[in-house]
Every structure is written in C-alpha cells, then in structure tokens.
Design a protein around this ligand. Sequence first.
Ligand code: SAM
Length: 177
Amino acid sequence: MTGQVEKSFEFGRNWKRFVKSYLTDERLAAARQHLSQMLVLETLEGRTFLDIGCGSGIHSLAAYELGAERTVSFDVDHESVEATKMLRATVEHPTHWDVRTGSILDDAFVANLGSFDIVYAWGCLHHTGAMWTALKHAAGLVKAGGQFYIAIYNHDEGAKGSHYWAQRKAGTSIMDA
Ligand SMILES: C[S@@+](CC[C@H](N)C(=O)[O-])C[C@H]1O[C@@H](n2cnc3c(N)ncnc32)[C@H](O)[C@@H]1O
C-alpha cells in the first residue's frame, strides 16, 4: 500500500458479536467440513495455512483444528483481529497460530509473511478497494504446489442490491439519503 489511503467497511464489531453469541459447535464443525471438502484434504497436518481477512477467525480455528502445522491469520480491522484472538484464546493460545493486524495491500507487511501451503481469502479481496493488487499479493504468498482458495463476490441481486452495498461500504448509508 504505497501512498494509498485505505478505507474498509468495519466488519469487526459484527465479528466480535458473532464469536460471543453465535459461534456454536455446529457452525465450527461446518467450517471444518467446508475447508476439508473444498481443499480436498482430510487433514491439514504438515501444511501451513494463511487466512487473509480472517474476520471472526472461524476458518483459522477450523484450520487449527484440522491440524495445520502453522496458521497465520490477519485482518486490516483491529476488531476482527480481536475477534480472532478471542477464538485463539478458546484453544489456549497455541504458539503455532499467529494472529496479526495488517493489510493485504501493504507491501512491507506482505513481504514479511513468507509463503504458505494454503492461502485462504474468503470474501476479503474485493473489500480492499484495490482487488487486483490484493489478488496479486495474495497469489504471491502461495508456495509452489500449494493451494489458493478465494471467494470473490460479484453482483448482489438480493433485496438491497449492489448499489446499496457499494454506498454502505463507502461509509454513506443510502438509508439516510
Ligand atoms: C466479508 S469479511 C470475510 C471474513 C472471513 N474471511 C470469513 O470468511 O468469515 C471480509 C474481511 O476482510 C477484511 N479486510 C478488508 N480489507 C482488508 C485488507 N486490505 N487486508 C486484510 N483484510 C481486509 C475485513 O476487515 C473483513 O474482516
């Protein structure tokens, strides 16, 4: 992120509420199953896992529980980082699970991450304001022969629609308009 002003929708408060009130064993089991199925791996033993834009941290916890050799989770939003740290605390702060504050757009931060067997970025890269840079940085973190698992949303055809979300995430609520 060289001279770039970053603005991101603040997800963190929602994530903390999710972790405190809505994270159940069933949801965690579903997250483990989701990761395992999509990566086509029964276990993450012997593999390193990077969670970009970790949000609540649920997929990092799932990766940890699937036996990842090392997990690094980061998010640009400090409340999301706190939510993930709350989850890490539930499994007694394992030293091979590292939770950081940082941006996928920040060149220096990204350069210090190293490379990973699995780079996971679910629903994050298009929220950065510079999706193609974010994609390039994220792809560069995958080890040779590793797996790159991303989810990018396209148009929202739901009740509110993409126009609503574009304004909402730019910080202006169209409900006030
Ligand atoms: C829709 S949430 C997805 C959270 C999580 N990956 C999940 O699947 O539940 C998007 C996340 O990306 C984070 N984010 C946005 N811009 C970011 C950036 N430049 N670098 C890292 N994380 C970012 C947000 O703070 C938010 O927690």
